[in-house]
Design a protein around this ligand. Sequence first.
Ligand code: LFR
Length: 460
Amino acid sequence: MLARVGRQRLELTEVHRFPNVPVRLPDGLHWDVLRLYRDVLDGLAAAARSNAGLSSVGIDSWAVDYGLLDGDGRLLGNPYHYRDARTDGVADAVHRKVGERDLYAVTGLQFLPFNTIYQLVAEGDALSRAAHLALLPDLMTYWLTGSLATEATNASTTGLFDVRAGDWAGDLIAAAGMPTSLFTPLRRPGDVVGALRPEVLDDTGLPASAVVTAVGSHDTASAVVGVPAADGRFAYISCGTWSLVGVELEAPVLTEASRTANFTNEGGTDNTIRYLRNVMGLWLLSESIATWRRAGTDGVDDLPSLLAAAAEVPPGGPVFDTDDPIFLPPGDMPARVEDACRRAGARVPATRPELVRSILDSLAAAYARTVREAAALSGREVDAVHLVGGGAKNELLCQLTADACGLPVVAGPVEATALGNVLVQARSLGVVDGDRWALRELIRATQPTRRYEPGHRLSA
Ligand code: LFR
């Protein structure tokens, strides 16, 4: 995404979009990380062609995943996908060494079986060959600049980060049996990382004056910067593959009620806390469509037609628990949804549109539950729900969410993550100034949103 930013200007242009297709190898599910880096270079080259004066690059991606590097900075293997099964059962073994209460007291992190801590334990011997851990955006930053460090918002998702100190949790790292030297120094959103390597300038045509600037490298951290709220009385749903549902706080909530509700305290930009829970998200839908396409059988399998048909399905259909871990791995999603409906004692969806509607109804119910819990556990009052990310294009989902929450939903921007990313760079460069509210004001002034009131049924 190429951005042009000024005090009253914020324009985003998509210059390169590429698929991110995981690869199944005999040892498990991996990311094709060199392919991703190649596409980053191609994207930077496209940006250079459309703006000769490009001044800064900021990188964000999903959280928790990493590459391991040796002492010379060589990548030791292809990074694993967090949906790989190698972490099955690992958490129990870790919790026997460090109890869940103790973990939460330090990290404030929700339990997810793929948190970096469990993935690192699942590495077994491979870990002893590693000198450094590079979270994926930090790996890309390292390859672009030669500078290796860990960006703090993403570090906060590892399960090895002290949320109150804002630093690596040394005691916890030692208790988990890992060398502290694995974890590189932290950098914060807004820190200037440095210039691009000569090979990168060569490959991309970017000017030597361009720098890489650290941003909220956890995509959700950038997305929350990109929420166009005017004050703190909002909840957000950052809605893509996952739906991250919660509120923005100034301090973590580490109570026992918060732990048992599995709420997370992830680090935001400007020392905020992203108090949220992972809801399974549009993965349920995309993986259902992928399953139908793999099967190759007749039937509608394009998203616009499915959503139009799902909008015609009468309300009150089957609802299931979207947070069930059976939905985590790739595979036959429609079969799992049917099964989940059965187990919930609900009718099994009979058609594809009914199944799509059941997914959206169930997601909307999960959003409403999570917004209510986030507000109750944090004491934060919520007047409106901001739904940002790709899901903001899904009118049916937005309306169902407003209905389920009983609150207005402000949908958009779709590219909240990219906007949050570039605004933090722009502020670091002195192009814009002010706190996160000033950045959000610029988003409100320049980016369209759509408001959904509860109880207004969509017209067909
Ligand atoms: C969203 C996200 C979530 C994280 C999940 C896995 O893209 O970053 O915040 O829990 O992906 O990394």
